[in-house]
Design a binder for this molecule. Structure first.
Ligand code: FAD
Length: 485
């Protein structure tokens, strides 16, 4: 290492890992003292669709930063924490340390890209060079365009185009050695940022469910590829079976890159050809993440503007009581309530149940999808600026490749089909756990004796349905028909 060379800075963003990190490798290769920096920018002007992190994601971030700092310390490095606008913090740090180059990984998230543009401009003014590595996406948005130069709005041709590009670049190796840090640099303490809840501390369920950080991400991936991937294609729809990878929050914060996941899954299929179908299905789900990110690239206001403007006059209802019942898992529809309680407790919800609960809000309750998106944004540990609004718009019917308007999930049939033994509902709605299937999915059809035997008192210890399924369905169909015409 050249100790007299000016130090270099790596700016970590949604890439909180040490492996497959091109910017960190390039910075290491500069052979000078190294500053690893994370900036908590909650002051950023709300433009380009920027949104402050929700509460569950803040919890995740705090833990992920702690894990990254511990991993860096093993290599003799430190994570420097600073709070403020990146375009001010980075030039200040460069001047304070006489650093002459800043490295980071590119991001196609509109808010992040705008932030990086501001930083680049500010650094340029003081003569500091920047070195930007390719973003984490499997395929950059500019590479998947139609003849008019627009992004694709239908998933299947989108994913075919991504796959036609061949395999994404191979992930880069993990860093084993880093140059030393700059001595005595001031860093905020994570505590000051108050990312974790204290009064009350509602994060007990999150702590039990998750291990944020790069090691936790790789453990999830390996456990998944060693076990749950088998029968993923069918099993992923069953919330009680746990065939999913649980990688979404790790991917959200870049503790693992989509390329690492892609290649590991591909390798598993090469080793065990019987897994090919499940692996293909899994990769296509990763493709949905990519699809949503490409949508966001073209529509930075995805979380508040309908992709289909015909929905701008949709007659959404205002009903604070119904919204609260949905948020708290007290709608009287067991599969919906189980999902909403799982979300509150663990910061996540299985995909099929996300679709059912979201559909219930927009179709059965006729409440604006943005209300649901906001709640998920605040409560999901994987709350993603592309996938959350992209999926909400898909469910509401106003988005890209959206579900047809007449597809209204029947929450009773969904429960019976995808939770046939009622284990999922029993776990999250324990007051119904002694009702046998299929009654556990429609307790109002149980006889007084059956209810008494199971200890269920409808309207007392478990709510009666807040809407009648058939009436709600008719009401939604009428509203959607009117909008379509
Ligand atoms: P797996 O089934 O193991 O899938 C692997 C990876 O593929 C996931 O980690 C995720 O990155 C991606 N993926 C899977 N399904 C989708 C999908 N439908 N859309 C986009 N990416 C997908 N996912 C988020 O990551 N963040 C969100 O904020 C989010 N909000 C959602 C809101 C609604 C209303 C709905 C219906 C879905 C939402 N999803 C979101 C998508 C999906 O439900 C989760 O990605 C998935 O449940 C995460 O679990 P997993 O990691 O075990 O998924």
């Amino acid at each position: 290492m050249n100790a007299s060379a000016p130090p270099v800075i790596v700016w970590f963003r949604d890439d909180l890992r040490l492996s497959d990190h091109a910017a960190l490798i390039a910075a290491r290769d500069a052979g000078a003292h190294l500053i690893c920096l994370y900036i908590y920018d909650d002051t950023h002007i709300r433009k380009h669709g920027h949104r402050p992190l929700g509460a569950a994601a803040q919890w995740w971030l705090a833990n992920s930063l702690r894990a990254l700092d511990a991993d860096l310390k093993k290599l003799g490095q430190d994570l420097v924490l600073r709070r403020g606008e990146a375009r001010t913090v980075l030039p200040q740090l460069a001047q304070e340390t006489h650093a002459k180059t800043v490295f980071w990984i590119d991001s196609e998230l509109p808010a992040e890209a705008a932030r990086a543009r501001d930083v680049a401009e500010a650094l340029h003014k003081i003569g500091v060079e920047i070195h930007v590595s390719r973003s984490d996406l499997l395929a950059p948005p500019h590479s998947i365009r139609n003849k008019e130069g627009n992004g694709l709005r239908v998933f299947t041709p989108f994913w075919k185009r991504v796959r036609a590009q061949g395999e994404p670049p191979r992930p880069l190796p993990a860093i084993r050695k880093l140059p030393p840090p700059v001595a005595s640099l001031k860093s905020d303490s994570l505590k000051e940022w108050q990312l974790k809840p204290t009064r009350p501390d509602w994060a007990g369920g999150l702590r039990k469910t998750w291990t944020p950080g790069e090691a936790g991400a790789h453990k999830r991936l390996h456990d998944f590829l060693d076990g749950a991937i088998k029968s993923y294609a069918e099993g992923r729809d069953f919330p009680g079976k746990d065939h999913a990878s649980h990688l979404s929050p790790h991917l959200r914060f870049g503790e693992i890159s989509p390329r690492q996941v892609f290649h590991a899954a591909h390798f598993a299929a090469e080793q065990h050809p019987a897994l090919s179908r499940d692996v293909e299905k899994f990769l296509s789900e990763l493709g949905w993440r990519e699809f949503c990110r490409h949508l966001l690239f073209d529509h930075p206001d995805l979380h508040h503007r309908n992709l289909q403007s015909t929905f701008d006059d949709f007659p959404w209802r205002h009903d604070a009581k119904a919204l609260r019942a949905w948020q708290r898992g007290r709608t009287g529809y067991p599969i919906v309530d189980a999902g909403m309680r799982e979300l509150w407790h663990t910061g996540a919800m299985q995909n099929r149940v996300r679709m059912v609960t979201a559909s219930f809000l927009v179709k059965h309750l006729l409440l604006d999808w943005r209300e649901g998106e906001k709640w998920f944004w605040d409560t999901l540990v994987d709350a993603d600026p592309g996938s959350n609004p992209g999926n909400w718009q898909w469910v509401a019917g106003c988005g890209a490749d959206a579900a047809p308007y007449f597809r209204i999930f029947n929450p009773i049939l969904q429960g019976e089909k995808f939770d046939p033994d009622g284990a999922y509902v029993a776990r999250w709605v324990p007051e119904l756990s002694r009702l046998p299937p299929p009654l556990i999915h429609k307790p109002w059809e149980a006889t007084p004796m059956e209810l008494a035997a199971a200890g269920v008192r409808l309207g007392e210890n478990y709510p009666a349905p807040i809407v009648d399924h058939k009436d709600a369905r008719e009401r939604a169909l009428a509203a959607y028909r009117k909008t379509r015409n």
